[in-house]
Design a binder for this molecule. Structure first.
Ligand code: NAD
Ligand code: ZN
Ligand code: ZN
Length: 379
């Protein structure tokens, strides 16, 4: 079959690979119909995630048709159209029972924190992902959900990660009616966090980025105020100035490692200085929050993550939360919003590429060419 394969930093290509087989009775094989590229894939593409092996197939945001199922699978049968959350989880362990599906203990026992994720290196279990014609889906009775008849494939594929992750970010921010919410990052995750902040009762939503076309999109699509951080000298002062010198009730980090990279570039590689406190999004978030405020982190930090100004977290009495999204927990509510017309996830899709052109797709998304927000691969 044709599949995206990693060759090394900034090098991916679509080549032939053996089709996946049923390896366990609870596996399903899914023929992929749509597969997105995510900001998290860029961390792999940029070589920031350890143990990303040559030949690994990325892709944790996909929908498709069930082709075959293992002998113990009861809830799916060949021909079913499914959306598959990016988390692989067992549904029964201590953490799954608490609906912490992204922290499942059974699918990636070697890891201390994260559970299994499709196509996300051997640190997340080494499972091949869905940027391919076929993908093996373990725990097939647990994660996948049949796509309701009135949900389009384009909306469904955004419900495998970006949209629920944005919602998860807003939910972790514990937004109260009328709150001022600042979202760092106007990528798909940040955009959905902004939309979700409104759905959860925010009174004001401010989005920060430096890519002008994404800020324009945030302004128009999510009706947010926007700040281009290139125009701002001191982020915390600027945001306080916008909020009667109080700061934001809730700050959401939807950027993660990329900002560490930017800070490093700014300092031309003077790494020690970065550790002494260059401004990453986490610094901005902690310093821009009002006293008693909340910080929600869904941006992913690899080992490049830097020192957090933890003293300020304590002195300001902040609540700091983070997690990989528990996608399945949010699906019923989000599907309700989509069906009621309050949310149309597919509106963030800007590009479609045949799987053969996966290298171009990564390049365009990574370099923010051609006003790209969310690219979809079509096998
Ligand atoms: P993306 O790369 O499309 O968007 C990131 C945006 O952040 C870009 O528009 C970039 O210009 C902007 N940015 C860079 N530095 C910034 C800074 N200092 N301040 C403000 N904005 C800045 O990625 P995405 O798909 O939207 O994902 C965003 C983050 O969420 C990534 O770290 C990704 O790994 C993470 N993520 C987490 C989960 C989870 O479950 N926790 C799931 C999906 C994605
Ligand atoms: Zn993703
Ligand atoms: Zn589990």
């Amino acid at each position: 079959m044709l599949a995206m394969q990693y060759r090394g930093p900034y090098r991916v290509r679509a080549t032939q690979k053996a089709e996946p087989r049923i390896e366990h009775p609870n596996d399903a094989i899914v023929r992929v119909l749509r597969s997105c590229i995510c900001g998290s894939d860029l961390h792999l593409y940029h070589g920031l995630v350890p143990d990303t092996r040559v030949g690994h197939t990325f892709g944790h945001e996909f929908v498709g048709v069930v082709e075959r199922v293992g002998s113990s699978v009861r809830s799916l049968q060949p021909g079913d159209h499914v959306l598959v959350p990016f988390n692989i989880f067992c549904g029964t362990c201590y953490f799954c029972q608490k609906e912490l599906f992204s922290n499942c203990h059974n699918v990636n026992p070697e890891a201390t924190a994260v559970g299994g994720i499709f196509g996300y290196s051997h640190t997340a279990g080494g499972y091949d992902g869905g940027q391919a014609e076929y993908v093996r889906v373990p725990m097939a009775d647990v994660g996948p959900m049949k796509i309701p008849a009135d949900l389009s494939l384009d909306d469904a594929v955004l419900l495998t990660d970006a949209c629920p992750t944005g919602y998860h970010a807003a939910e972790m921010g514990d937004i109260a009616e009328g709150d001022t919410v600042v979202v760092f990052g106007a990528g798909p995750v940040g955009l959905f966090a902004a939309k979700s902040a409104w759905l959860l009762g925010a009174g004001r939503v401010i989005v920060v980025d430096h890519v002008e076309y994404r800020l324009e999109f945030a302004q128009q699509w999510a009706q947010c105020e926007v700040v281009n951080f290139k125009d701002v000298k001191d982020m915390a002062e600027h945001l306080k100035g916008m909020t009667d010198w109080l700061g934001a009730d809730v700050c959401i980090d939807a950027v993660g490692a990329e900002a560490v990279g930017n800070a490093l570039q700014t300092l031309s590689g003077r790494y020690l200085k970065l550790q002494a406190g260059a401004a990453t999004v986490l610094h901005w978030a902690i310093n821009s929050a009002r006293k008693g405020g909340k910080i929600s982190v869904v941006g992913v930090y690899g080992p490049t993550g830097n020192m957090i100004p933890i003293g300020n977290v304590i002195n300001k009495g902040l609540t700091l939360r983070g997690n990989q999204a528990a996608v399945k927990r949010h699906l019923p509510r989000l599907i309700e919003h989509v069906q009621a017309g309050r949310l149309k996830p597919s509106e963030v899709i800007t590009h479609r590429f045949p799987l053969e052109e996966v290298a171009d797709a990564y390049h365009v998304f990574s370099s923010k060419l051609d006003n790209c927000i969310k690219p979809v691969l079509i096998p």
